[in-house]
Design a protein. Structure first.
Length: 297
């Protein structure tokens, strides 16, 4: 790796962030400085050739373009403008690429704040599952000008095969949030269908296999449908109920801002809330089917 190449940073090495960063390290040909609150993924990325850093400040002092993969806008704001964050570090950072799923209004406000410190914010949240993060085949929806999009596209292409410019800052988040809203609502529909089918004597796996061969087929049916609902498997550290609630609330906030009565999305949000209240917080969110099986109680 040549130090004459633009130094990159990556903050947030969770379920999606670690494999995304691994692809950036392997494919970009640039030095990548990484940090996380957990030392284990930092060490693993270091073993691949990443530059392990002990703090955000250390990343900021080394990298010019920093990628974030964090749970929500709360953590994004803390990393960018909080104590010990990128702004306070007064380092080399000139572009921040937020690959988290974040609140649209607060993303746009953060962009204004960072602009005042000479830092450009680009939103580039990711869609598809952990396996896509590992393979580098994510969909990435980007909010930026054409020029700024072009400047980060080579790096984003290390992590995704479908990198889409969606308009100005925040628009990448809008598209990603709508994607997740539709996914959650589809899982809700599949959970009801498989419960009805089982109650009528049809095996759940057989039912979803049959649906996959007809006009009800979808990516959601073939992934969370067949791999979780039909298999009745809802592992932790996949995409938990609490994350799904966070994302569908972002969708409902956008609906409220647009004076849209998103009734179907509200029903799915209600079911997810009931699922969390029943104690299914960390499990993969299709676990919502358990509430349907017992009459939404």
């Amino acid at each position: 790796m040549s130090e004459t190449k633009t130094p990159l940073g990556f903050i947030g090495l969770g379920v999606m962030g670690e494999p995304m960063c691994a692809n950036l390290v392997r494919k970009s040909g640039h030095p990548v400085y990484v940090t996380d609150i957990s030392p284990e993924p930092v060490a693993r990325i270091g073993a691949l050739g990443g530059r392990a850093c002990a703090s955000i400040v250390e990343v900021a002092q080394s990298a010019e373009i920093v990628f974030l993969s964090l749970p929500s806008i709360v953590q994004v704001e803390q990393v960018c403008t909080g104590p010990g964050g990128l702004v306070e570090a007064a380092g080399r950072v000139r572009i921040v690429v937020d690959m988290s799923t974040s609140d649209v209004t607060r993303t746009r406000q953060l962009a204004e704040t960072l602009r005042g410190h000479g830092i450009l914010l680009i939103d580039a949240p990711v869609a598809r599952m952990r396996e896509a993060a590992r393979l580098g085949t994510l969909m990435i929806t980007v909010g930026a000008t054409q020029k700024d999009y072009d400047s980060v596209l080579p790096y984003l292409s290390c992590m995704g095969t479908d990198v889409l410019l969606c308009g100005g800052i925040g628009n990448g988040q809008v598209v990603k949030i709508m994607n997740n809203m539709v996914v959650f609502m589809t899982v809700h529909a599949l959970a009801e269908a498989i419960t009805i089918g089982r109650s009528a004597g049809v095996d759940g796996a057989l039912l979803l296999d049959a649906l996959s061969k007809g006009s009800a087929d979808s990516f959601v049916l073939r992934n969370p449908g067949q791999k979780a609902l039909a298999a009745q498997t809802f592992p932790e550290k996949t995409f938990p109920t609490e994350y799904a609630i966070k994302d569908i609330l972002l969708a409902l906030e956008l609906a409220s801002q647009g004076d849209v009565d998103a009734r179907a999305a509200k029903l799915t949000h209600d079911l997810l809330e009931r699922t969390r209240a029943a104690g299914y917080v960390k499990e993969y969110y299709p676990v919502m089917v358990k509430l349907i099986e017992r009459g939404y109680a």
